[in-house]
Design a protein around this ligand. Structure first.
Ligand code: NAI
Length: 464
């Protein structure tokens, strides 16, 4: 009998297993594929490898100081091999970490058959019955498919295939202007492809602050991306090496785009095969498993975390929930505050954000003040040729409470951590402004935006 069995070895599941074993619980982790889940094998880490390599190419090709840069090209096979190497290193590292904690890892498909009861089908089809006092479900998500689209893996792909493909299209259409759509568009743009995005909603990146999403749209368009908003993909036809996408545009007219690749990035759906909620009476919240603040499902002793429960589908949100679920199994009362979960997007400019957008903050009815600082005013940003972007700090003008921080520009994803820390420590906007920052660095931009909140920015003209 295990104290805890975890189904799914992604950043939710493996973190849960580590936290559990650390507390001395007899822990089992069931994973049918490679440890690390979508994030490490088919998501964040491969994307980040490709964003890094292709950005290098784009920056070099557009450098005003390198000689012969115009003739540079990407060795796609090497780029793919480097990504595989990174993933392999990290997966094997996770294996060693599991071993070091004495966590038993079973390679196979796990299925919850009742409270505290599981069935595992190993790779060689052997079936094993397992009992555990507690279960954490962390089976993650997979690309959501549109009913009229057949993914053939070659002309029509999701990120599962795209991040494993060594064939780079000349012209690509991406359905979905969300996080995946923008990140993948960035990779293809950096490689010199012609990119078009079809987005159903009136704007791209609807989860982000309105100024951030507008700025990202401008940058994408400046790089030649065709962005079709309020555009509904309706039909996809493939012939030979070409794919045509029929869509209804904002005016209700039927249009068509032709490309040699279609990427479907229209959201992700939870993986429910190992759970069979209907049979076990697990309550659902739309397509997701319903949990309370303590991450408990409607079945006693069964917890669920990560993409499976909806909310922000982010690796670090899953990991935070994993830690909380284990604390709760041990009798704690830990909840994860979504307003303290940062969001990071590796687009043509990076986005790092935490907390409320300006519109969300205004909707709370509290008195709001906004501080801003453009990257173009920063010596560090100018020196690194990265003057596009800004930092925006939103705070309660009575109490100074930080309600949201939005960074767009170089190193935004690394820099947002400081604001998360400040919010977690319940610091005020003034604290972000007062802490001395090294010069010349981009970290000064947050300080300057926080100073601007009080009308005290140094490297900006006096406010009228
Ligand atoms: P998403 O929900 O962010 O965006 C999908 C977009 O597709 C939406 O804007 C939607 O309106 C649009 N769409 C849906 N059907 C459409 C149609 N028929 N025609 C045109 N547009 C259509 O989902 P996405 O980008 O696929 O990402 C999935 C999840 O993975 C998200 O929750 C995201 O946060 C997470 N993720 C996070 C990353 C990060 O943090 N850097 C990286 C990649 C994914």
């Amino acid at each position: 009998m295990y104290d805890l069995a975890v189904i799914g070895g992604g950043p939710g599941g493996y973190v849960a297993a580590i936290c559990s074993a650390r507390k001395g619980l007899k822990t089992l982790l069931i994973e049918k594929d490679a440890l690390g889940g979508t994030c490490l094998n088919r998501g964040c880490v491969p994307t980040k490898c490709f964003v890094y390599d292709t950005k290098l190419l784009h920056s070099a090709r557009n450098s005003s100081v390198l000689k012969g840069a115009g003739s540079l090209s990407m060795d796609i096979a090497k780029m793919a091999a480097r990504k595989r190497g990174v993933v392999k290193t990290m997966v094997s590292g996770l294996g060693s970490i599991m071993k070091s904690h004495g966590i038993e890892v079973i390679q196979g498909a796990g299925e919850l058959t009742g409270p505290g009861r599981l069935k595992v089908t190993r790779e060689d089809s052997r079936i094993e019955e397992i009992q555990a006092k507690n279960v954490i479900l962390a089976t993650g998500s997979r690309p959501a498919l549109l009913p009229f689209i057949k993914v053939d893996g070659r002309l029509v792909q999701t990120t599962d295939e795209a991040l494993d493909s060594e064939e780079i299209p000349k012209r690509i259409v991406i359905i979905g202007g969300g996080v995946i759509g923008v990140e993948m568009a960035t990779i293809y743009l950096n490689l010199g492809c012609e990119v078009a995005i079809l987005e159903l909603l009136p704007e791209i990146l609807m989860t982000e602050d309105e100024e951030v999403r507008r700025a990202m749209k401008t940058l994408l368009e400046k790089r030649g991306t065709g962005i079709h908003l309020k555009a509904k993909a309706k039909e996809v036809k493939t012939a030979g090496r070409q794919v045509s996408i029929v869509f209804e545009n904002a005016a209700g007219e039927i249009n068509q785009l032709k490309a040699d690749r279609l990427l479907v990035a229209a959201g992700r759906s939870p993986v429910l095969e190992g759970i069979r909620p209907d049979r076990l009476g697990i309550r659902m919240n739309g397509p997701f498993v319903q949990v309370n603040g303590r991450l408990e499902t409607s079945v006693k002793g069964v917890y669920a975390i990560g993409d499976l429960v909806g909310g922000m589908m982010l690796a670090h949100k899953a990991s935070a929930e994993a830690e909380a679920a284990v604390a709760n199994i041990l009798g704690g009362r830990k909840e994860v505050d979504p307003t303290r979960i940062p969001r990071c997007i590796w687009g043509v400019a990076e986005i790092g954000a935490v907390g409320l957008s300006e519109a969300e903050a205004r909707k709370t009815g509290r008195p709001i003040r906004v501080g801003k600082f453009p990257y173009s005013y920063s010596g560090a940003a100018q020196a690194m040729n990265g003057s596009e972007g800004f930092v925006k700090v939103i705070g309660d003008s009575d109490t100074g409470e930080i309600l949201g921080v939005h960074i767009m520009g170089e190193h935004a994803t690394d820099m947002i951590g400081e604001s998360v820390m400040a919010m977690t420590m319940e610091s005020a906007v003034e604290d972000l402004a007062e802490a001395v920052k090294p010069h010349p660095t981009l970290s000064e931009n947050i300080m300057e935006a926080a100073r601007d909140w009080s009308g005290l920015a140094i490297h900006a003209p006096k406010k009228r």
